[in-house]
Structures are given as structure tokens and as C-alpha cells.
Design a binder for this molecule. Structure first.
Ligand SMILES: [Zn+2]
Length: 399
């Protein structure tokens, strides 16, 4: 499945993808939102809306905590550049990214929430479950299709692998565009036959740029470096790449913290986001939203003139990845560093947070500290200065 990694979302590293749920500012100030050149420290008048976006595929591990802590601090820490900060607290939403239902483990959402409480990492409002938002994803897919941006893809994984070359040594495979070139009559015939297919978005040969707080300016040639991407899988499930764009947009998220393995996805997601915004998509979720009661709102908003519906720019902070001592990416299948094991061993929340604060270079040593005690002097600068990937050595945690 490597060839479809970005497409299916399976490439995504659980540990690092902190999605964010966003709540809505009660009165978005449209003029501020029109400036898409996002400074590292956006205009102070906009309440920051961040997100924790765990995949409920297992217990949280150190890499998940590291990313969650960074997302929490990014929203909760004071903003020195904003004199009104005390009056404009940010919002941190919790979004359970359970759209890939075959990978979901029963009760993992509750373990994650319990672990976040134990760590002292809170959030605002009710958790939002992607599995309850299919209506929204249906609607987004419909709009993108109507805009002529999607086409059905009948390729098997093996066919794609055979026709592609991996890029840049990271195993990422660019879709070769086979089905984009299908004769329209042939395409219609296959659809009429009910042939199994996914829906891909056709990406133009344009450069998508954005600024990252940690890694600086990023530029991706969409066609050459990303390629046409699956938004709805052939099994009918929505791809991470569509769900996350819809959710971030509707929830008003403007502060995204996640692993650097998603830098490429960020370029793709920004492009899709702009296409939805052109169709009138804009933030609608309130912090009290717990389900998907907004489908009607979205339908209404789809007819709002584009100029009035430009969503807030997002500030991105991509984090170095965390490997285990053997050099492999931490994953939920490695139980050694998950919170179930650590808690059973008597490791304290302050030890876990202190270790993660050290991984984030917020402290010079992995000494125990509470999340709250990290707020006062939180800054991205130390990480910006040292953004090599990390190696997590569990012996430090166990003392
Ligand atoms: Zn195809």
C-alpha cells in the first residue's frame, strides 16, 4: 500500500498527527482572514484554535504525548506579542480521527482521553468523532466533483506500484495518472458496470508554499511531488486527506501542530482547502458541537460568495519525528513506550511530560515537570534551532 500512502492516510504517523479541532470565533473578522501570507505569529486579535487529533488505534505512546504537549502549549501558552492575550484565550479541540474504521480499536478513544487527563492536557468542548461526520465528507466530495476536480480511479495497488517510482527515498509513490488519461467513454462504461473505484483529486502543476514555524518556508510542486491523491477509497471510506481538511476548515482550526512527515500533506491539504473555500466552505462548528449537526449549515454556506468565506490562515508547526533506539519510528505496536506500560510501572505524569519537554528542547534535561509549569516560558525557538529527529531511550524514563 506504499504507493497510496498519502492517499489513504495510512502513511500518517499516529504519533505525530495531532489533528486539531477547532471551534469558532463568534465573529470571525473577515478582513484579517484575507491575508494568506501567514506570519509565524499571526495577528493577535484572532483567537488561536488548535486541535488534538489522535487516531484511536491503540494506547498513546511517548511520540503521541510529545506531539499532544506541543499542540497544547501552542494554544495555551501566553502570546507575548499580544497584549490582550489574557482576554482572548485560545481553544483546543479534541478530534478523534476514527475515519479509518478497520484500524480503530474499541475503547481506545477512552484510553486516550484518560491518558490526556492524567498528563494534565485538557481540551475545550466535547470530542468530535470523524466517524459521525460522513455527511460532511460526502458534501465536500460532491462539491469537488462538481467543480471538475475529481476522477474515478480503477487501479489496483499492484498496478500503481508497477507503474510508479518511489520518490525521495521515503517510500512515497506518486500516482502515475493512468485513470486521468482514460477516454471519457471508457470511464463512463466502467462506472456503469459498477467497477470498484476510488476518487482522486487531480492536482495541477503549481507550487504550493507555506511557512512552517519550525522548518521555515516550504514549497511543493503539487503534480510532481504529490500527485493525484485519493480522497475517497475504493472501500467507500474517506481518506484522511479529505476528512482533515473538512474538519480543520469547519472547526475554524488556525493552529496545527504535527509531525514533519506531514509537511507534504500540508501542501496538499492547503490546496484542497482553498478549493472548498472557493465553494463557500467556511467555519461553522461551535465549541459545544459534539456531533455532525452542521450538515445543514454547510449546505447553506456553500452558497455564500467566496469573498466572504475565506477561512482563517493556519499557523503550522511540524515537529521532528521520534524514533526508538533501533532507529525505527515509534508506533503503537511497540508497547514498551505506551502509557499503559509506563503507568503500570509507576512512572509519573511529570516524568512523561518532562521527557517530552526535553524532546521539544523546552528543557535542557529530561527532569520531571508539569505541563502547566511549561506554559510561562514556552517558545518554538529552541526547536527551530534543533529540529533533527529524536531518539527516544526508554531507560531514561524508567530512571
Ligand atoms: Zn487509476
Amino acid at each position: 500500500m506504499a504507493e497510496c500512502r498519502i492517499v489513504d492516510g495510512e502513511h500518517r504517523n499516529d504519533q505525530n498527527d495531532r489533528g486539531a479541532r477547532v471551534a469558532l470565533p463568534t465573529s470571525p473578522s473577515v478582513p484579517d482572514l484575507l491575508d494568506f501570507s501567514v506570519p509565524s505569529e499571526p495577528s493577535g486579535s484572532q483567537p488561536r484554535v488548535g486541535r488534538l487529533a489522535p487516531s484511536p488505534t491503540g494506547r498513546m505512546h511517548i511520540g503521541n504525548v510529545y506531539a499532544a504537549l506541543a499542540a497544547w502549549l501552542s494554544v495555551r501558552a501566553p502570546r507575548p506579542s499580544d497584549p490582550n492575550d489574557g482576554h482572548r484565550p485560545g481553544l483546543l479541540r479534541l478530534r478523534i480521527e476514527d475515519v479509518d474504521t478497520p484500524r480503530v480499536r474499541k475503547d481506545a478513544d477512552r484510553w486516550i482521553m484518560d491518558d490526556l487527563h492524567w498528563l494534565g492536557l485538557d481540551w475545550d468542548g466535547d470530542p468530535v468523532y470523524q466517524s459521525e461526520r460522513n455527511d460532511l465528507y460526502d458534501h465536500a466530495l460532491h462539491d469537488l466533483r462538481e467543480a471538475g476536480l475529481l476522477y474515478p480511479c480503477f487501479c489496483s495497488r499492484a498496478e500503481i506500484r508497477a507503474a510508479s517510482a518511489p520518490q525521495e527515498g521515503d517510500g512515497y509513490v506518486i500516482y502515475p495518472g493512468t485513470c486521468a488519461r482514460l477516454d471519457p467513454a471508457e470511464r463512463a462504461r466502467r462506472l456503469a458496470e459498477g467497477r470498484r473505484h476510488s476518487w482522486r483529486v487531480h492536482l495541477p502543476a503549481v507550487e504550493q508554499r507555506f511557512d512552517d514555524v519550525v522548518f521555515g518556508e516550504q514549497r511543493f510542486d503539487l503534480a510532481r511531488q504529490i500527485g493525484d491523491t485519493v480522497l475517497r477509497r475504493s472501500d467507500g471510506l474517506y481518506a484522511y486527506q479529505l476528512a482533515v481538511v473538512v474538519d480543520d476548515l469547519l472547526m475554524g482550526v488556525n493552529d496545527v501542530v504535527r509531525g514533519r512527515d506531514l509537511l507534504r500533506s500540508t501542501a496538499l491539504q492547503l490546496w484542497i482547502r482553498d478549493r472548498l473555500a472557493e465553494n463557500g466552505w467556511q467555519p461553522v462548528d461551535g465549541v459545544d458541537n459534539s456531533g455532525d449537526p452542521h450538515a445543514e449549515n454547510v449546505r447553506d454556506s456553500a452558497h455564500v460568495p467566496a469573498a466572504a468565506s475565506v477561512p482563517a490562515p493556519i499557523r503550522f508547526a511540524h515537529l521532528p519525528l521520534v524514533d526508538d533506539p533501533s532507529g525505527k519510528r515509534l508506533a503503537k505496536r511497540n508497547r514498551a513506550l505506551d502509557l499503559g506500560v509506563l503507568r503500570e510501572e509507576g512512572v509519573t505524569p511529570e516524568s512523561v511530560i518532562g521527557y517530552c519537554a526535553w524532546l521539544l528542547r523546552l528543557r535542557e534535561t529530561p527532569q520531571p515537570v508539569s505541563a502547566h509549569d511549561l506554559l510561562a516560558d514556552f517558545s518554538w525557538n529552541p526547536l527551530r534551532a534543533d529540529h533533527e529527529d529524536r531518539v527516544c531511550d526508554p531507560t531514561v524514563l524508567f530512571g
